[in-house]
Design a protein around this ligand. Structure first.
Ligand SMILES: Cc1cc2nc3c(=O)[nH]c(=O)nc-3n(C[C@H](O)[C@H](O)[C@H](O)COP(=O)(O)OP(=O)(O)OC[C@H]3O[C@@H](n4cnc5c(N)ncnc54)[C@H](O)[C@@H]3O)c2cc1C
Length: 510
């Protein structure tokens, strides 16, 4: 049986990313069609506003205009994540996970940094990346004349989740003729072989499709409810299981930080994501270590006068991923596929990658589904395991011991074998590219260096000869000079965005 008619259940970020990728890759196939089915009664999750830098490539490939993204989605630029108070020694300590690599003028200075760091007051590891000064100055990673999707510092975006999925929906309909139906799916009908045959809608209609993509959010309507595929529970590795979410309005004069701030507290952390018109904030905590009342009080303390308890949304979080991501003629994406708390903004990037994977690998005949499913399931499971490792690393190597939460998270019993092995290895050796599986691990050497040495992981330094040390020292000094000049050439992010809006308004007038 040919696979021609595809249903995507769910019209959130996951559903519309899937629609775009399937449209891009497969709309040329004879008789191929994609339909997004969305319930008007089930709202989207409405969070998911921080991304990572590869999203630029993907949006460009899908034909989304960067200008439209900026203008329609209240989007801002993000150069990385600023982790505040993740270490014990002094209050307001911080480090960055920058999107740019920590290689000053292309030189790997990690070993030099490790050897010299203990000798007294020394710069932070993330200062070795281009990002640091620009981020600290609230600057924009693009020049006024930078082409779309290009900047002088690497970047991703913060955006309004709802507006982003609307932009993706328009793109999918306009460019790839994706069809849209506003109907609530009540259930799915299976054939004798366990394949999904059709969907039952709330208006009494039943519609048949050849292939199904479950993007129905946490309800996982097809994968879990129809096909019975459960979650691999990973809550023993990542303790936070609740989020309080609050949006706070900002004015068009307020500075816009070009990074997500992740501020640790006694039982979790707070995200702070600046958009053009508001900040999206969230208090992520572990209910085993803090009551909701305590969390609310702490969240209020963070916001001060801006806090409005009646506007706080509560979202329970469950860390885990589907036992199978693809079964028979159904796959799952987004929250229906799995969840890990948003410390490293990993959900949209996994969704985007998997949507592209399905679109590239979807066979045109049902007989070939099983072989593809097996191959893809192995790959996706590995991706999830490594992302969970990376998120856990932030808790695991902290030296905070000031609460039961931090004592539990730093106890080294709950982690994957590979992470345990790597942490042992990295006591004696700086991570190398050979420690990672290229392209299947979203976080590579550069990201691990940022977290490990942002948090002072005790890797033994090599004994370099004096000549080499001197060479790196000169390079680092040149890097600092170059970064000062770079920062001087950049515009504050708020100014850049206001000027861009004014320019766009003028162009539209003409
Ligand atoms: C607290 C929190 C913070 C997050 N922060 C980030 C972040 O910073 N970065 C990041 O990358 N990700 C983040 N995420 C994840 C991100 O929100 C999701 O990846 C993204 O929003 C995609 O969600 P989704 O489309 O899978 O689900 P949803 O947005 O929930 O969409 C589900 C869709 O399914 C439809 N639907 C449901 N049931 C039915 C039915 N019966 N019939 C028809 N349609 C149905 C709904 O109408 C809706 O359109 C966060 C998640 C949470 C919970």
């Amino acid at each position: 049986m040919k696979i021609k008619k595809v249903a995507i259940v769910g019209g959130g970020t996951a559903g519309w990313l899937a629609a775009n990728h399937l449209g891009l890759e497969l709309s040329a196939r004879e008789g191929f069609s994609v339909t997004v089915v969305e319930s008007k009664d089930v709202p989207t999750i409405g969070v998911g506003e921080g991304t990572v830098a590869v999203i630029r490539k993907s949006l460009e490939k899908l034909g989304v205009s960067e200008a439209e993204l900026l203008l329609r989605c209240d989007a801002t630029f993000k150069m990385g994540i600023k982790f505040v108070n993740w270490m014990a020694p002094k209050k307001d300590n911080f480090y960055y996970h920058p999107f740019d690599a920590p290689y000053p003028l292309g030189v790997d200075a990690t070993d030099y940094w490790l050897s010299n760091k203990p000798t007294g007051s020394f710069y932070e590891f993330s200062e070795l990346a281009k990002t640091y000064l620009a981020a600290e100055g609230n600057l924009c990673p693009k020049l006024r004349n930078s082409p779309p999707y290009q900047g002088v510092v690497n970047y991703a975006y913060h955006f309004d989740a709802k507006k982003f999925s609307e932009l993706l929906a328009d793109n999918a309909k306009r460019r790839f003729d994706v069809l849209y139906k506003q109907k609530t799916v009540l259930s799915a009908n299976l054939d004798d072989n366990g394949f999904i045959e059709s969907l039952n809608y709330d208006d009494g209609e039943t519609e048949g499709f050849d292939f199904f993509v479950d993007c129905s959010g946490f309800s996982a309507l097809l994968m879990e409810k129809a096909l019975g595929v459960g979650l691999v529970d990973k809550s023993d590795q990542i303790a936070p299981d609740q989020a309080l979410v609050l949006q706070v309005a900002t004015s068009s004069d307020d500075e816009i930080a070009p990074y997500t701030t992740a501020t640790a507290h006694t039982a979790g952390w707070i995200w702070d994501i600046p958009l053009t018109t508001r900040r999206g904030t969230g208090f992520v905590y572990s209910s085993a270590h803090m009551t909701e009342q305590q969390a609310m009080a702490e969240f209020e303390l963070y916001h001060g006068a801006n806090f409005c308890q009646s506007k706080v949304r509560k979202i329970p979080l469950k860390t885990g991923y589907r036992e199978k991501f693809w079964l028979k003629n159904c796959t799952s994406l987004g929250l229906a596929q799995g969840f890990v708390e948003p410390l490293e903004s990993t959900s949209i990037v996994i969704t985007d990658y998997c949507a592209s994977l399905i679109a590239k690998l979807l066979p045109d005949h049902r007989d070939h589904l099983e072989a593809r499913a097996q191959q893809v399931n192995r790959r996706v499971e590995y991706i999830w395991e490594r992302v969970i490792d990376f998120v856990q690393l932030h808790y695991l190597i902290s030296d905070r011991q000031d609460s039961a939460f931090w004592r539990d998270c730093t106890a080294p019993t709950k982690m994957s074998d590979l992470l345990r092995e790597r942490l042992l290895l990295w006591k004696n050796f700086i991570p190398t590219h050979y420690d990672f599986s290229a392209d299947i691990e979203f976080f590579q050497r550069e990201s691990f260096l940022a977290i490990l040495y942002g948090m002072n992981y005790p890797t033994k330094a090599l004994e370099n000869n004096a000549e080499y040390d001197e060479f790196v020292k000169v390079k680092v000094a040149e890097h600092f000079q170059a970064m000062t000049s770079l920062a001087e050439s950049l515009t504050p992010q708020r100014q850049w965005i206001n000027e861009f809006y004014a320019y766009a308004a003028n162009v539209n007038k003409v």
